[in-house]
Structure formats: structure tokens, C-alpha cells
Design a protein. Sequence first.
Length: 668
Amino acid sequence: MTQNFTKLFEPIKIGSLELKNRYVMNAMHLGFEEDGYLSRRTIDFYKERAKGGVGLIIAGGFKVERIGGGSTFLGIHDDSYVQGLSDLASTVKREGGRIFAQLFHAGRYVHSTEIGEKAVSASAIKCRLTGEVPRPLSVKEIKEIVIRYSEAALRAKRAGFDGVEVLASTGYLISQFLSPLTNRREDEYGGDLDRRMHFGLEVAEAVRTSVGNDYPVIFRISGNDFMKGGITNKEAAVFAKALEDSGIDAINVQSGWHEARVPTVQNIVPPGAFVYLASGIKEKVSCPVMTCNKLGNPFLAEDVLENGLADMIGLARSFLADPHLPRKVQEGRVDDIVRCIHCNQGCLDMVFTRRPVTCMVNPFVGKETEWKIIPTTKKKKVLVVGGGPAGMQTARTAAMRGHEVHLYEKAGTLGGQIDLATVLPNKAEFGMLVRDLKTHLSKNGVAVETGIEVTPEMVERLRPDALVVATGAEQRPYPIPGSGRKEVFSAIDLLRTKVEMGRRVVVVGGGSLGCEVALFAGGSGMVNEQILAFLLRMKAEIPETLYGLADRSPREVTLITRRDSVGQDIGQTTRWIFLQELDRLNVRVFTRAENIEITDAGVDFETGDEHKVIAADTIIISPGMQPNNALYEALKHKVEEIHLIGDAKDPRKALDAIREGAEAGLRL
């Protein structure tokens, strides 16, 4: 990969507007509002990103009519929103930024309970996302929505935005008209591709007419719906060319629909996996083309531009993780970047449960004004016990404020359970979180000691002004008869040591860790991706044979849980992938298991009215975690300032642990 970033910081024009670099912050739903009106919280969020040197911010989406989105979506559908829009645009511009408004209509992707009536779409086709059947729009209503888009664009222009983007991707209203899966109309808006494009092109032409020829307009489209029978890259390119011919200044290419069964934004997706979609569009148009999805690595982004695969790099979650990413790249401080690990815990999982967005690796998201790193007026000697994510974040935050911080970790390395988890399927990116925290501990002068178990006597000897106990969690005892047998291991044993697994593996415990262990067991020993790529490139086998090799596990894996279903603690945007992968690897799943016992014959249990015995060579037990808070209990009445945080307080997700770490660092 190239070692400089000349293309990333080369100016580019979108229509008449010149951008200072090729970084674009794509629109993302934040959920900070309940009534559609821009809050100070949202404005401060974008202000911080503008300070970070991004070439263009695309804010929104802004719904173009009331039923175009739920209550937490921003509004632009009447003039009462203009003042807030103006405040946002002027704030970003004062920081040297450029900002577009994304114009949005969810169509059938909004729940009827959110809008008080049936959602609308091209046709009455049941939506997998909501489970509801939308109401088909009449021709008159379609014409009215076209006008709503044009009026919204004009409001954005009046409010001082530098341009607009029309969202026509990922299964929202315009793409519902474009796809034959959701458009069964027999009038001028349905039928062949030309007629299905009609609605989107009418919107493009109406927006262009309302704002004039010199005002930048972008369309965001899916380069492939990844829906069987939906829009392919070839058809998307036809739509893109038609949009360009109608006067659109740039095309923003993303991938998939929210209903699609192809992951696009999760850990399982390789970096830059969908650049080829933008490249396919770029071959057919002459206007600038933007690509996105897992391009936060600046070396990869530079190569994409250098090789002519796209003209701009769109990022969203990477700007949650680090608002100042472009500035750090430009200043040669790549090692200082806090990298997105694509966990979705604080962002997309929040969006789909209608909660405000935050971020695992950046707990300051949404608190840009409330949580300021203010230098302390009273420097303290701070002792942090525990080098997992909570302790590391506490140490980093406290040191940034000017405290003298000492961090002790019992294990030989920092990272805690996050470091252990990196051996699990699709969790390698979690290692970036540990590496980034280590970097910032070093840069902020935190004294780190590993391989040392802190005792109450040691604390009394060190005499800290403040003690933070972040000693994490330990595995619960598992009172399963027969669990002391030699073929039985805990999930933590599997992560910490190399367990020799037999051909028949049974995993007991259906939480997130149990699911991950089952996938780890099923995937170990399979034909790897490098071999599959070689066989595909050499045309050594037909695709169907390669599909079979990709799905063929050398083991028989069974997952047993007492719960009604597996993976209940996994976020909505990721859980379906776990279930899909368990099915792909032919992992047998048994729920509502009772009277579990391990015998010579294997794992014996009852489920419903059935008695089961599953033969096993290796048994992995994942019983869940409990707080490891003995040090806190010993010292809570002896140390004047003491804080208990993270899993040592209550085992939860790393998102919660890191947030508590930041809070503790700010309180000290």
C-alpha cells in the first residue's frame, strides 16, 4: 500500500462546489431527537466532525414528509424546521466545513405505530423489516411526494446548506420503486426498468428545478441490492447514468438493503469489500462517484482513489469513532486514530431499537459539549486496577486531564476479555481497540505494570489519592453433573489455551459467547478463504463445489441452551448473522434444555417431552460471568475515593464498560 495520501487530500468538485479533500462523512441516523427538530446535541456532534477536517458532511436523513420516517428522524418537511437547519449549517461552516442535507423517505421501512397510519410504498408487498404490509401510493400521491422532495431541497438551500443528497438506496422509498421485488405496479411507475426508474428520475428533475443548475445535488444508490431478483450492479449503473443525464452532480454508492441476507456493515465483512460496486458505476458515468463501507484504513482508501476505483471515500461509523480522522491522516498521525471496530453495539443496534447513537470506542459521542476533557485543578495520584477496556479508558481519560495515573494488570498483557475475544470468528478487529487504547496510554504518560496482582496491602502501601477498581468478571461456577470430566472445558479455557477439539463438539450455553464458541468449533479446520480464492481464480472447481467447500465443517457441533432461543444478548444488526452462520455450518441447536448432565455417553438432557443424549468428544461450557470485585469489597471502607466500574460492577457489554471508564476518568 502507498505510504502517502496525496489523492485523499486532493480537492474535488461536486458541481460548482470545491471540496478540500476526498473524505465525506456519510449521513447516519443519530436518534438524538424525539420531534424532528435539530437539538443542540446534534449540532455539537456535527461541529466536532467539522473541526476534524472532513471535506464534506452529509447530515440527516431529513424526512421530506411526516410519514417519511419515525419520531426520532430529523424533519425538513415544513418551514418550522428551517431555523434549526440554518443553525446547523452555519455552525459547520464556521469550523471551515461543507455540509449537505440528505433528503429521506422511508416508505415501507417505517412502523405504522411510529406514524399513526400504514406506511406507504410502490406496492402492497410485506416488509421483512417491519412485518407489515404497506399501502400502495396512488399516482396523485406519488406526484405530491415528488413535490415534497423539491420543497425540502429548497428549504435546505435557504437554510445555508451547500448541497443536498437524495437517499435512493438500501430499501427506502425510491429503491422500493426501483426494485421489481417491491414494485408490482402496472402504471407509468411500474413494469420494466425504465418505468421503475421513473419515480427516482422525477425526484431528481424536480429537485434540480427547485434549487437551480448551480446547486450541488447527489444521489445515493445501492450498487447491488443483494436481494434475489432485485437490482444488480448492471441495472444500478443504468440508473446512475440516467441520474447523471438528468443533471445530478455525483453518485454515492453503497450496498445492499436492510432486508438482505448479505452482511454489509458488520465484522464479518472484509475492508473494502464493496468498492467494486462503485467501480462498476464509475465505468458508466463521468460525474464523481463515492464508495463506502469499511474504508476507515487511510492506506486502503488512498489505494482505492489512486487506482481510479472511486473519486471520494464515504465514512460514517469511522467518524463516530474518531471525529478528527482526516486531520490526523493529513498531519501524519495515523497511529493516533481511534479506529472503528464495526461492532455496531453503539450505533446501528441503537438505531434499530430507537435509542440515541453512541460508540464503543468513543464514549464521547453525543456528549461533545457535556463531556469535555478539562484539565484538573487538583492533580491526583490515581491507581487503576485492571487493564481491560474499562480500566484502560479510565486511565486514558484521567491522564488526559493531567492526573498521575498508574495502571496495574494481573495478566501479562492488557486488554482483558477483549484481547481474549480476538481469536473468535470475525472478532479480530476488536484487537484494534486494545492497540489504540495502548497507544493513547503511552502518549498520555500512563505508567503501566502488567503481571502484577494488586492486593489490599499493596494499595495501602502505594497510598493513591483515588482508586479505580476495574478487575472485570470471572466465569460463573457451572453446577452441571459430570462437568469435572477431562473432555469438559470452559469457554474461557478455550480462549486462553489451545484446546484440542475432537470431531464431535457440544457447547452448553446459548449466549453470545456460546454462539461464538460454536462457530469457532465449526469453522476450525475448514478450507480457508485463501484456498477458496485460489481455486476460484484458477477456475479449478465450479462455483457450486466451492460453495460446498465453504460450508463444509469437519466437525459435528451441537449448541444447547436453557433459554428459549440462542444469542438473545446479541445486537439486532448482528444476531441474524450468527444464526445464519450457525445454520450454514450445520450446527444443531437445542433450546429449553433441562436436567443437563455429562456422562460416558455424552451430554444428557431433556427438551420439551424429549430425552436427548448427544455423543461428544469435547464439551465446552459457557455459563456466563459474575463480577470479580473482591478487591473493592476489601477496600471500599478504607480508601477515601474509590470507584467500581465495568464488569467488576456488573458484567455487560464492552460498550458499557468503556463508557463507565470515561465517566470515572472525568469524575476524578
